[in-house]
Design a protein around this ligand. Structure first.
Ligand SMILES: [Zn+2]
Length: 95
């Protein structure tokens, strides 16, 4: 079974583009998740992580899987991840 890609409207060319997420290393240990517009090639970063952040994201997944009642820890971790990602985006000019 093939998964249909997500589509998004490109701000640069106003065409609909398939969202095919790719990853690239920005710096050592820092990975950017992004997609490129298939029409005009505009670059859209969707997430940026370093190893500490990936550990937190992994912990969050585990928490969600194993303990649905730990909503406070999940919420705290979620805002921590959002804050860390903001710092990384600003540091690497991807904001
Ligand atoms: Zn485009």
């Amino acid at each position: 079974m093939t998964t249909l890609p997500n589509f998004a409207a490109c701000d640069a060319c106003n065409q609909r583009t398939a969202v095919v997420l790719k990853e690239q290393a920005v710096r050592k240990g820092v990975v950017e998740t992004y997609f490129d517009c298939i029409v005009c090639g505009a670059h859209y970063p969707t997430a940026i992580t370093n190893s500490a952040l990936r550990t937190k994201i992994e912990t969050l997944k585990q928490l969600r899987l194993t303990d649905g009642s730990a909503t406070e820890s999940i919420d705290a971790l979620k805002s921590e991840i959002a804050a860390d990602m903001k710092v990384l985006r600003e540091r690497y000019g991807l904001a």
